[in-house]
Design a protein around this ligand. Structure first.
Ligand SMILES: Cc1cc2nc3c(=O)[nH]c(=O)nc-3n(C[C@H](O)[C@H](O)[C@H](O)COP(=O)(O)OP(=O)(O)OC[C@H]3O[C@@H](n4cnc5c(N)ncnc54)[C@H](O)[C@@H]3O)c2cc1C
Length: 495
């Protein structure tokens, strides 16, 4: 094992013999189900590192001089090098606690963060070989601790006598709930879906995140005294004003739950789904769904998914599994995207899984209309090819980069279509409370992401309902900041 006392001088980085020894250790690929196997089930594809594998992979960290780029790149600023050293020294519990000191969901972020653009994207070892598999190591040590000892119980501050309502139980709401409870405040979480978890339960498929991890986290939060009131859409089932009057503060963590509509002819045909419904019905057990969704999802032989983000990849992989489970042996799943592969927002890792599981990709093509039969079922899609728009301006969005090619239309067969073209905020609450200002429909205006103070005193917001659809880790990071701001507000509030 290489020496761990490394020089703290940036110039010595590659001169340090111990570091040279570390970068020469071959990477340990994360163990996974084979694509032939994974497409037959909804179990997680990532199988988890063994202790031996984790130790070798952790030893590849060269412990860069400060400021360590991986810590800087992590929105939660997890102390990654210290945690990896603990793994290397077989102190797995210490490693987990280092992640837990700055993160409420390390077992989830370890699996689902786009590490390639965050910690691993800035890992110095990446300039030499594959970056250290930081995410999978975070998942390894936090699983190790949770499975053997459950979640460590924090010291709770004495009760403050203050009550906080949290609307939404996604990563932002869960982080705020946990932090405020540790600070001694009584927390009640209101959730629209039948069970808590937000997109962790009702969006992200089980083959990326086993739901027992979400269930265990919720059970742990309940054991701290947090109460979840589900099946309750604030603004519809109970007025927002009730919460405003009954609680000392309200946190809005409602995400960006509205599917963006494509607004094309035939969007309402049978067999055309919004990604939100398709993923929930395709992945979540029927008894955990709202009554109107409790019907098994039948896919056809020709599934077409429209979109280029993580949601589209989750949909194509769900569709492949459903085809296999429903005995469709000669079916196809095709993902059409209006931009190029380079512009796709989906994670490279997930795209590679989708390809390996048999999904076909078509780029630079967009739908024009959905064509149905006499029974009103979708049968075909008219597509159109796209090309680059000449521009002097650097453009990022494919919508601004691409223009349709006249006369390039073509027809593709489709009996199931899934629209995965993005999510938007829900204007329900701001429409009822006009003093709550927004920057876009359902996206709350806040003083700053650090305080999350909305334009109504005592009401705070963070997560996707502030910066639009984003990431788990950014929702958790914002939630932690805002919990501190709520605590300060409660401690200085009169009455
Ligand atoms: C299909 C899909 C896959 C994704 N995959 C990844 C991934 O791999 N990695 C990653 O980092 N991010 C991923 N994301 C993004 C990530 O899930 C979100 O950024 C994150 O969940 C946002 O957290 P949040 O708490 O702000 O909102 P959400 O998780 O959306 O939670 C908001 C909750 O509020 C509830 N709610 C809304 N309105 C009300 C109301 N009026 N009353 C009561 N409750 C209400 C909703 O039902 C929901 O449960 C994915 C998103 C999707 C859609």
């Amino acid at each position: 094992m290489p020496d761990v006392t490394l020089l703290d001088d940036p110039d010595s980085l590659w001169l340090d013999p111990s570091r040279r020894e570390r970068v020469n250790i071959p990477p340990v690929p994360p163990p996974e189900q084979s694509p032939e196997e994974s497409v037959k089930n909804f179990r997680p594809v990532f199988l988890g590192y063994s202790e031996e594998q984790a130790i070798i992979e952790a030893t590849r960290c060269i412990h860069c001089p400060k400021p360590e780029p991986c810590i800087v790149a992590c929105p939660l600023h997890n102390d990654i090098p210290t945690a990896l050293l603990a793994i290397e020294e077989r102190r797995y519990e210490d490693a987990a606690n280092i992640f837990r000191a700055t993160s409420n969901l390390p077992e989830i972020c370890g699996r689902l963060c786009p590490q390639e653009i965050l910690c691993e994207g800035s890992c110095t070892v990446g300039g030499y070989d594959r970056p250290v598999n930081i995410g999978k190591l975070e998942a390894f040590c936090s699983d190790w601790q949770r499975e053997r000892q459950s979640f460590p119980r924090p010291q709770l501050a004495p009760p403050s006598g203050r009550r906080v309502a949290i609307v939404g139980s996604g990563p932002a709401g869960l982080a705020v709930a946990e932090e405020l409870t540790k600070l001694g405040h009584a927390v009640v979480v209101y959730e629209d879906w039948p069970l808590p978890g937000g997109l962790l339960r009702y969006g992200i498929p089980s083959f990326k995140l086993d739901k027992h991890i979400v269930n265990e986290k919720i059970a742990y939060l309940e054991s701290l005294g947090i109460r979840f009131v589900c099946h309750t859409r604030v603004g519809q089932d109970i007025p927002f004003d009730d919460l405003y009057r009954q609680y000392d503060a309200v946190f809005l963590g409602i995400g960006a739950p509205m599917s963006r509509h494509i607004q094309l002819p035939g969007e309402d045909l049978q067999g055309v789904y919004q990604a939100k419904e398709f993923l929930a019905r395709g992945n979540v057990p029927l008894d955990e769904l709202p009554a109107w969704m409790r019907k098994p999802l039948q896919v056809g032989e020709r599934v077409v998914v429209i979109g280029g983000g993580d949601t589209a990849v989750d949909c194509v992989r769900t569709a492949r599994r459903l085809q296999v489970q429903q005995g469709i042996t000669n079916g196809s799943v095709v993902n059409y995207y209006r931009g190029t592969l380079f512009e796709m927002r989906a994670r490279e890792e997930e795209y590679a899984h989708a390809r390996a599981e048999g999904v076909h990709y078509e780029f630079l093509a967009t739908p024009v209309r959905f064509i149905g039969d006499e029974q009103g079922r979708v049968r075909q899609i008219e597509m159109q090819r796209m090309r680059s728009k000449p521009s002097d301006q650097p453009q990022r969005k494919p919508s601004r980069l691409r223009i349709p090619i006249p006369g390039s239309n073509f027809i593709v067969p489709a009996d199931t279509v899934v629209l995965a073209i993005g999510y938007e905020g829900d204007p329900l609450i701001p429409n009822q409370v006009p003093v709550l200002k927004t920057t876009a429909p359902g996206i709350f205006k806040v003083e700053s992401e650090e305080t999350g103070r909305t334009t109504l005193e005592g009401i705070f917001a963070a997560g996707d309902d502030v910066h639009g659809a984003d990431l788990i880790v950014t929702a958790v990071a914002a939630g932690r900041f805002v919990a501190r701001a709520i605590d300060e507000y409660l401690r200085t509030k009169n009455g």
